[in-house]
Design a protein around this ligand. Structure first.
Ligand SMILES: Cc1cc2nc3c(=O)[nH]c(=O)nc-3n(C[C@H](O)[C@H](O)[C@H](O)COP(=O)(O)OP(=O)(O)OC[C@H]3O[C@@H](n4cnc5c(N)ncnc54)[C@H](O)[C@@H]3O)c2cc1C
Length: 451
């Protein structure tokens, strides 16, 4: 098939990575762009829906405010007036069926406040002594160590299990003994290398700005705003590309009739899907993509009358320490965490289940029943929920286990000089800002190649 007079980029995947790539290509090139998604709905994991006055996030509920790529995009999209900040801070640890407040001084783990260690009622006296000795522990360079290894080495086993692992591994539905510090949290390693310690007694220098943000009408605001700005991108939703053939001049999609030519294909879908699409055309890359690990997770969102709770929920929710036998990883108290997520006198909470090295997840009905039981035993809610929504993510969460960064290097190397690029949450950062950055950088790389 003869090439067209200008480059034509095919983006596979209309999650935040693919949309950020399309947006960048429109702003910075005159290329033709086609975005194809197997799902009729754009946004990938980012989906918001409304019901009876509730704003319900199916997947992510916030954007980390400390990374510039997301803030830059919000500004380009002129969404500043839509941004909201959490209305409460602070969370709990679920231990032996009881909720324990995690002291504020332990909220920023790259700058642990020694007072926070003293205040933690769930740490034993020995664990406190060990954690407080962290500044005396000499820095070590360990090749690709796990979250557990790093925090046990620096602060002791109990601190690692009860303070660091729930927040750093639990939010990835990961096994803390497998997840890689280098791939997920390199800034902790840099801090150890630079200062020799993560404890920080001068808390006046720790930023008090919001760590997370969201949008008045939910996370889908970001997706809708990008979609509205796309003028040239041809959107093809609910369509698959299963028959891609590479030639010297690019790639032909033989699923279309007549077959369509593209100069480059950006695979912005999860590695599980890229593995399948590239299996015939790029078998080596496909095999490597299959080595990335994924965990499954399910979220159950339940709504209640406020007067069915024993009292107001103060804080953003709770996290449960990693236990191989437990499916519950935590809970977000959505209506306490964010403004206007529930009508007056109503409460919205999310329970998170599943993850790597945990028992297989039961079906949705069983999780609705578990959610009722958890709401009763942990939060003291005896009433039936007004409704419960279950959102399942089978193999939906990439696991950056040991060797992840080297594996991604290999995948990228195997695609160098070809007509394919991969980007997104499976590779170099799971959070939304990292996905935006990867989509943008992939678009710029492609633009440079053909510009
Ligand atoms: C439950 C949950 C909660 C989370 N919470 C947060 C949070 O609060 N904050 C945060 O920053 N991050 C959070 N994350 C992570 C974040 O949401 C994701 O990493 C990010 O949205 C992924 O974006 P993406 O575009 O890379 O992939 P996806 O959102 O997975 O989008 C990929 C797209 O590719 C499409 N696709 C699949 N196969 C094909 C194919 N063969 N051809 C074409 N298209 C295809 C899919 O339909 C999908 O639309 C959460 C993730 C989950 C699962």
């Amino acid at each position: 098939m003869p090439p067209a007079d200008k480059p034509h980029v095919l983006i596979l995947g209309g999650g935040i990575t693919g949309l950020a790539a399309a947006y960048t290509l429109e702003r910075e090139t005159d290329f033709d762009i086609t975005l194809l998604d197997t799902n009729p709905k754009l946004g990938g994991k980012i989906q918001t829906h409304r019901q009876d006055g509730f704003t319900i996030e199916e997947g992510p509920d916030s954007v980390f405010a400390g990374k510039v790529a997301a803030l830059e995009l919000i500004s380009q999209l002129e969404l500043e007036d839509e941004v909201i900040e959490p209305k409460s801070r602070g969370y709990y640890l679920l231990l032996d069926g009881r909720l324990h407040r995690v002291p504020n001084g332990l909220a920023t783990l790259s700058r642990v406040n020694p007072d926070g260690i003293e205040e933690a009622d769930f740490l034993s006296p020995d664990a406190k002594v060990r954690a407080l000795a962290e500044p005396t522990i000499p820095p070590e360079i360990v090749v690709d160590e796990s979250i557990s290894h790093f925090f046990t080495r620096r602060f002791g086993l109990e601190f690692s299990r009860l303070v660091a692992e729930p927040i750093l591994a639990g939010t990835h539905a990961g096994d803390p003994s497998k997840l890689s510090m280098r791939a997920l949290y390199p800034h902790f390693l840099d801090r150890e290398a630079q200062y020799g310690s993560l404890a920080f007694s001068d808390q006046s220098k720790v930023s008090a700005g919001p760590t997370f943000l969201s949008f008045r009408n939910g996370m889908a605001t970001l997706i809708d705003a990008i979609h509205k700005r796309l003028e040239r991108t041809r959107m093809r939703q609910g369509v698959a590309a299963t028959n891609l053939v590479e030639s010297d001049s690019g790639v032909t999609n033989k699923d279309s009739f007549p077959p369509e030519w593209f100069s480059h294909v950006l695979c912005a879908m999860p590695a599980t899907a890229a593995e399948v699409v590239l299996s015939l055309v790029k078998p080596e890359a496909s095999k490597l993509l299959g080595e990335i690990e994924f965990a499954s997770s399910t979220i159950a969102t339940a709504a209640y009358d406020a007067d069915s709770l024993p009292g107001e929920l103060h804080g953003t929710g709770f996290l449960a320490p990693f236990e191989e036998y437990s499916q519950l990883t935590g809970s977000t108290w959505t209506s306490s965490k964010w403004p206007d997520r529930a009508p007056q006198e109503r409460v919205l909470v999310r329970f998170f289940y599943g993850g790597d090295s945990r028992p297989p997840l039961p079906n949705a009905d069983e999780l609705v029943a578990q959610t009722r039981a958890n709401a009763q035993t942990i939060l003291g809610i005896r009433a039936e929920p007004l409704f419960t929504k279950v959102h399942e993510y089978p193999r939906g969460l990439p696991q950056y286990t040991g060797g992840h960064t080297a594996l991604v290097d290999q995948i990228e190397e195997s695609l160098t000089g070809t007509s394919f690029t991969v980007a997104g949450s499976s590779y170099r950062g799971v959070g939304i800002p990292d996905c935006i950055r990867q989509g943008r950088d992939a678009a710029r790389k492609i633009a440079k190649e053909f510009g």
